[in-house]
Design a protein around this ligand. Structure first.
Ligand code: BTN
Length: 326
């Protein structure tokens, strides 16, 4: 009921009477008042006027199940939100829910993680109050070999969501970092549970730097946040809802062909490495090449100094800019 009341308040530009809310949800006036009181305590500015009702004046950067669900405009992606003020890792919670067959598209969101995980076994620092840590649970009926491509689908959706909410043009550093002005603002970690030829579930987690003003010394030179780029705060819940809307659209395009052919052009238009020289870091082998874009399975096509075209696979290889991170 809380999410629905919030949604009604947000959609209405005038007062909504207490009576209307009681009738709509078949509850007492006291029950409605309690929800309004909770919302006020969470930071919403709600005006209550006798004989008129309630009106939402302002909603701050609240993250809660009710706030996120009230903004969600999707059929299945993120329509069911599991929210934590503090958790080990949203990827871990999504995997556990996948083992228990929670619905497709369930979204796990946290304000803080105490065991946030990055790619290649790294730690993802996850302090409270300024970031998005979220993971979506999926049951794609595709070969496990194709699942890594879903990471690129999420990268597109994050870039689209950021554009929609803030107007900011971001880029993708192959395969799945989102960057602005050469600095990373989002990382994505996909994990899956599989049989030899069958996926039990896939979880895709995204960590997005939204309202940070600064970063720890070790990542200060390579990280940025949306606030640092835009000079103003961004409402995290709105961004989550926008990313889920894009993700649902992009995922449905992906599953039709079970590859990125329907998204390849869009991805390449966002690719920061496109038509640039990159340093390819293969285990035990490092070389410079010219990046030509991704193919329909998400490999990066590069042209080596000898003129040979190679398709590089993200699992084993990463790329850097010749002079730095991008
Ligand atoms: C990277 O190393 O670039 C990937 C970082 C992924 C971080 C996100 S935050 C939400 C989800 N939960 C985790 O523990 N990791 C991912």
């Amino acid at each position: 009921m809380k999410s629905e009341i919030l949604r009604l308040l947000k959609e209405s530009n005038t007062y909504i009477s207490g009576q209307q809310l009681c009738e709509q949800f078949q509850v007492s006036r006291t029950a409605v008042w309690k929800v309004i009181d909770q919302l006020k305590k969470e930071g919403y500015q709600i005006e209550a006027v006798r004989n008129k009702g309630y009106r939402l004046i302002d909603s701050p950067d609240v993250m809660s199940k009710a706030e996120i669900e009230s903004l969600m405009d999707t059929k299945w992606a993120g329509s069911n939100v599991v929210y934590y003020d503090e958790i080990d890792s949203t990827n871990n919670r999504a995997k556990e829910a996948g083992d228990n067959k929670a619905p497709q598209g369930t979204l796990f969101v946290a304000d803080m993680q105490v065991a946030g995980k990055g790619r290649r076994g790294r730690v993802w620092q996850s302090p409270a109050g300024s970031s998005i840590y979220m993971t979506i649970l999926l049951y794609p009926e595709i070969s496990p070999l194709k699942a890594p491509q879903l990471t690129l689908v999420m990268a597109i959706a994050v870039a689209e969501g950021i554009k929609e909410v803030t107007g900011l043009d971001t880029k993708i550093k192959w395969p799945n970092d989102i960057v602005v002005n050469g600095r990373k603002i989002c990382g994505i970690l996909t994990e899956m549970s599989t049989e030899i030829d069958y996926i039990n579930h896939v979880v895709i987690g995204a960590g997005i730097n939204v309202n940070q003003d600064d970063f720890p010394e070790d990542i200060r030179k390579t990280a940025s946040s949306l606030k640092m780029e835009l000079g103003k705060q961004v409402k995290r819940s709105e961004l989550i809802a926008a990313i889920m809307k894009s993700f649902e659209k992009d995922y449905e395009i992906f599953v039709k062909t079970e590859d990125l052919s329907g998204l390849q052009e869009l991805y390449n238009s966002m690719l920061v490495n496109l038509d640039r020289d990159v340093k390819v870091l293969e285990p035990g082998n490092e070389y410079e090449a010219h990046a030509l874009g991704i193919n329909k399975t998400g490999e990066l096509i590069v042209r080596t100094a000898e003129g040979e075209e190679k398709e590089i696979y993200a699992g084993e290889v990463s790329v850097r800019g010749v002079y730095g991170y991008v």
